[in-house]
Design a protein around this ligand. Structure first.
Ligand code: CMP
Length: 147
């Protein structure tokens, strides 16, 4: 009998937002198309707008950093699309798909390279760990809103 053990810590879910710039610039359809073409399945999705208070809570981990106030103000400035995505190794693969935080440094073909204009308006969020994917997904969706 052969026993296979996978030592790499992987997960099959991540959380994303199409940020206010991505929605305002009419990129929702193209971004969702790129995401599904890369093999991610959308298992929850919501078009909504964050209040400043909710944006502050979502980004509490950045409280105190110089860009925090601008971040909260930008993220509550217009509608966003929030979604939970499923794929093997979802967190890492989605971070690769979106590219570097600063679009000027994002690899060609990544979502931020294709659609983003600045480090503040960087179009797409992707969870940075399995733990945060769980926390961020729970921030937006109840158990009855996932499939
Ligand atoms: P994201 O990683 O999705 O969530 C935090 C956001 O803060 C980040 O995207 C950027 O849009 C924004 N931000 C602005 N300035 C910085 C910075 N110097 N370092 C990291 N994030 C920044």
């Amino acid at each position: 009998m052969q026993i296979l053990i996978n030592y790499k810590m992987t997960t099959n879910k991540t959380f994303t937002m199409i940020k206010p710039d991505g929605v305002a610039n009419q990129h929702i359809g193209s971004i969702l198309n790129d995401i599904t073409a890369a093999g991610f399945k959308i298992v929850a999705m919501k078009y909504t707008q964050l209040s400043a208070e909710m944006a502050g809570k979502f980004y509490a981990v950045h409280a105190g950093r110089p860009f925090y106030n601008d971040l909260v103000s930008f993220m509550s400035s217009g509608p966003i699309v929030a979604a939970i995505l499923e794929k093997d190794n979802a967190v890492e693969d989605f971070r690769t798909l979106i590219g570097a935080t600063d679009p000027a440094k994002a690899d060609v073909g990544t979502l931020r390279n294709k659609y983003a204009k600045s480090i503040d308006a960087n179009t797409v969020h992707g969870s940075d760990s399995n733990e945060n994917a769980e926390i961020e997904g729970n921030f937006y969706f109840t158990a009855f809103e996932r499939f």
